[in-house]
Ligand binder design. Structure first.
Ligand SMILES: Nc1ncnc2c1ncn2[C@@H]1O[C@H](COP(=O)(O)OP(=O)(O)OP(=O)(O)O)[C@@H](O)[C@H]1O
Length: 276
């Protein structure tokens, strides 16, 4: 990786979170990009289908952005853990920590809306100088259905629902993965708020419909058609469109380590310059 230096002499974070994020290629070999700001994305599919690969592609882009901060929740620790040094927060399998973090994000979101109101505006823009806070969760079910008691799980889900419902215009997009987003795992009212969906290999058309939304399998868009060997392939549904079959660009551990090391160095150097 070549390192660009800023005029102030610190290593550059050369991307913007407002740039389209490269995800991979479609079935015709054309590049596929995602506009993340003002959106939320939910990835679902069977274990090993490639959900974490998609989260990594998005996290890597955000890590290299001068105008983005990273908040990572990873119940398995190792899927997003390589980015922990360049993230503002990294939460492992601890529901109390996750709830506390979401409460703080809710307060940040409320403050941003108060600021927007004072400006007579409805959403943040690229020129505001306000950093987009990218929240990445792998995997939701651990916090919403496995750890803690029912009251804590419900609080987590309610806080996350608020963030997904209101965070977009305040510059707090959420990208989350879960193996099967059925109602017993995450509330339907939370799932339905995610505008973007990515369905990796599913064992049944019903599960594919749960990820993408009812009716898509009947129209020929079923992630049950993806073969188990084809890891990283998914149907990507963006607002208002049809699902596109894409293959996610895969970052191996060495790629991620290099990206994360550069992002960490550049972020620390930038923060030191700001403090000086
Ligand atoms: N885009 C890809 N291209 C090629 N191989 C991939 C791709 N994505 C994933 N794989 C392979 O599949 C394996 C499992 O992928 P990944 O961990 O992303 O699955 P997952 O859906 O997140 O699984 P889990 O639900 O268990 O977390 C990876 O270790 C890698 O070997």
């Amino acid at each position: 990786m070549t390192t660009t230096m800023t005029a102030a002499g610190s290593p550059a974070l050369s991307l913007s979170i407002f740039d389209p994020i490269y995800l991979g290629v479609d079935e015709h070999g054309r590049p596929v990009y995602l506009d993340l700001v003002y959106r939320n994305l939910l990835a679902g599919g069977e274990p090993g289908g490639g959900k974490s690969g998609l989260l990594n592609a998005i996290t890597a882009h955000a890590a290299l952005c001068a105008d983005a901060r990273l908040i990572l929740l990873d119940g398995k620790l190792v899927e997003l853990g390589l980015y922990r040094d360049c993230a503002d927060e990294f939460i492992g399998p601890n529901l109390a920590d996750a709830i506390n973090l979401l409460r703080r994000l809710q307060a940040v979101m409320d403050n941003r809306y108060a600021w927007l109101l004072a400006q007579g505006r409805r959403k943040i823009s690229a020129t505001d100088g306000i950093e987009v806070i990218v929240v990445v969760i792998d995997e939701i079910a651990l916090y919403s259905a496995t750890l803690g008691n029912k009251a804590e799980q419900e609080e987590f889900s309610a806080l996350l629902r608020d963030l997904v419902a209101r965070g977009r215009a305040a510059g707090i997009p959420v990208v989350a993965a879960t193996q099967r987003p059925s109602f017993d795992i995450i509330p339907t009212s939370l799932r339905d708020l995610f505008g973007y969906r990515a369905a990796f290999r599913c064992t049944t058309t019903n599960t594919s419909n749960i990820v993408l939304g009812q009716g898509w399998a009947e129209q020929g868009y079923s992630a049950a058609d993806i073969t188990p060997e084809n890891q990283g392939e998914c149907f990507l549904l963006t607002e208002g469109g049809f699902p596109r079959r894409i293959k996610v660009a895969y970052l191996n551990d060495e790629d991620i380590k290099r990206i994360a090391a550069h992002a960490t160095w550049a972020r620390r150097s930038r923060d030191l310059h700001k403090a000086a």
